[in-house]
Write a protein of this length. Structure first.
Ligand SMILES: [Zn+2]
Length: 298
């Protein structure tokens, strides 16, 4: 498998640079302990490399990051506190997504099948600032929520290697389409992340490893801009006459037209509700009797 060694950190690239449904596997080998960051699909082809891992640290809980946990039944698994419960049972996972029945049925089947999800009732919760000493290297969790409530960056110190997970800098843009997502938090995270003391950034999907700051900042700018573009698309769909969220539900603001999957309607709905809430709070949209219209501009 294609890999990149960065001293004690190895990145194993999933299919197509970890394009969803795959992801990139990070392993950190200290002199005292070996840690795996997440376990994407490709973990199942890395049994030798993962064997003997002393711990698994998940940057956040989503089904495509849990695929190799079954290979490490004895290793302690850490998840950010706001996400930890989701890993403890399939039922808690359901609340984590907050989808309607059809979308959840599809997601659960894929989670238990393709993604080989096995609940870990003994999951350990970590908080912002928690560190793990691996011998010569330390991992620090930095809470960067929005994608999920707990989403965290795992910073390998003193090397400045940041595993930024599903702040994946993809062309799709930020994903905040689940019950556990928060667009307002995501916007704050995207404003903070450039100040991380990092010189290498590793994403779970698509981009893989970025080793120069200019490239990182350019990708980050484009990624953040997707939120503003969605705002504009929603405002223009509202028009001056006003629309209810239900009337807007036939429109696509995230996924391209023609892309069909059982979760699309739920993800569009959850995302749209958050945009409308923020646009209203910012005075760019006005709500009356459940109808939203674009605010008059001076
Ligand atoms: Zn995710």
């Amino acid at each position: 498998m294609d890999r990149l060694e960065l001293g004690p950190v190895t990145v194993y690239f999933g299919v197509q640079r970890g394009k969803f449904p795959d992801g990139n596997q990070v392993v950190v080998r200290g002199t005292e302990a070996k840690a795996a960051f997440d376990t994407p699909l490709c973990a199942n082809r890395l049994q030798r490399e993962l064997a003997g891992a002393d711990l698994v640290i998940l940057g956040h809980v989503h089904e495509d990051h849990t695929c190799g946990l079954h290979l490490l039944p004895a290793a302690p698994v850490y998840a950010p506190a706001p996400d930890a419960e989701a890993l403890r049972s399939v039922e808690a996972m359901r609340d984590h997504y907050g989808y309607g029945e059809a979308a959840w049925d599809f997601t659960r089947e894929r989670m238990l099948g393709l993604f080989r999800f096995q609940a870990r009732p003994e999951t350990l919760a970590y908080r912002d600032g928690q560190t793990w000493e691996l011998g010569g290297v330390r991992v620090r969790a930095i809470h960067m929520p929005g994608h999920t409530r707990g989403h965290s960056v795992l910073l390998v110190e003193p090397l400045g290697i940041a595993f930024i997970g599903d702040i994946d800098l993809s062309g799709f843009g930020p994903y905040y389409g689940d019950a556990c997502s928060d667009l307002a938090e995501f916007k704050r995270t995207l404003a903070r992340i450039e100040h991380l003391p990092a010189r290498v950034w590793i994403t779970s999907h698509h981009k893989g490893v970025i080793q120069d700051r200019e490239t990182f900042l350019g990708l980050l700018r484009a990624f953040r801009a997707r939120i503003a573009q969605r705002d504009e698309a929603i405002l223009s769909a509202l028009g001056g006459g006003g629309r209810t969220p239900a009337e807007l539900s036939t429109r696509r603001f995230l996924y391209r037209e023609g892309y069909e999957a059982p979760f699309v309607a739920d993800v569009e709905r959850i995302s749209l509700e958050q945009h409308l809430r923020l646009l209203t709070a910012e005075g760019r949209a006005v709500e009356r009797d459940g109808r939203y219209r674009r605010a008059e501009t001076a």
